[in-house]
Design a protein around this ligand. Structure first.
Ligand SMILES: [Zn+2]
Length: 267
């Protein structure tokens, strides 16, 4: 169920969740220089516990507060007594148990409450310092973690795939684009993504994603100027009805891509 391997001195812990809507989705937890990046979802707790118990780490850093990243934070806090850091905006949501709906419970389990500490602009692991870069869009408390010395970047859920077709209700494509642009100003090669793993040429892929999103943005803007309604745009740009849309009761939908872009145009 869980695979552990090394990439550029980072221990990658790869797990797979059987989502109701898809064949399954991968989730990654990373361990580097005594720093654990994310904790995986609660419904994989049994699989992750041996790794947490057998590997030394001083603290946990969460790329954001979503339950597939923070699902085992409570266990780590209670059983191993390790500090857990999250971006300031994410603290209050971490202090609540299961603050999300049915579809997400089925997908990721019940993320119980825990008490994180607020992240600063930098964080120190055993032998080096990391820069914490605020990269909102996927979530308002989303950060990336940068190692200037070795050109490695942990990107949480900012990347996931180059061609985004569906997003969650509260995700903002324009903000994701801004965050990607921000990361592209940094010098790095390796990217560690929380759902698609390690990429040697990560920065190139992020650039490809930005190009794709810019195309989508331009298309939506063009149709908007022509007077298309949102549902007309959806039918034209996203004719495929992904099963996840119905299963999530519309929380995950292509429509949100369009609505956030329109909001941005109208600003
Ligand atoms: Zn997320």
């Amino acid at each position: 169920m869980i695979q552990v391997y090394e990439r550029e001195n980072v221990t990658c812990v790869e797990a797979k969740v059987a989502l109701p809507s898809q064949n399954g989705i991968k989730v990654y937890v990373y361990l580097v220089d005594g720093m654990l990046v994310d904790t995986g979802p609660e419904n994989l707790q049994k699989e992750f516990i041996p790794f947490f118990e057998e590997n030394e780490f001083g603290f946990v850093i969460l790329t954001h507060s979503h339950e597939d990243h923070s699902g085992n934070a409570q266990w780590i806090q209670q059983k191993l007594n390790k500090p857990i850091y999250v971006y300031e905006k994410g603290i209050s949501v971490c202090q609540q148990s299961v603050p999300y709906g049915e579809y997400r419970k089925i997908s990721w389990g019940n993320r119980e409450k825990f008490s994180p500490l607020p992240l600063q602009n930098t964080i120190q692991s055993n032998h080096q310092e990391w820069e914490v870069i605020y990269t909102p869009g996927h979530a308002s408390d989303h950060i990336s973690i940068y190692d200037k010395l070795n050109g490695r970047m942990f990107t949480g859920d900012l990347f996931v795939s180059t061609k985004t077709k569906v997003i969650m209700r509260y995700e903002s494509i324009p903000m994701i684009m801004k965050s990607i642009k921000k990361l592209l100003t940094y010098d790095f090669g390796a990217m560690f993504c929380s759902h698609s793993g390690y990429f040697k040429e990560g920065k190139k892929l992020l650039k490809q994603k930005l190009d794709f999103l810019e195309e989508v943005y331009d298309e939506v803007e063009k149709l908007y100027r022509k007077g298309y309604t949102i549902s007309e745009m959806r039918n034209k740009l996203y004719p495929k009805q992904y099963p996840v849309i119905e299963l999530s009761d519309g929380e995950i939908n292509s429509l949100h891509i369009i609505t956030f872009i329109i909001k941005d145009i109208e600003q």
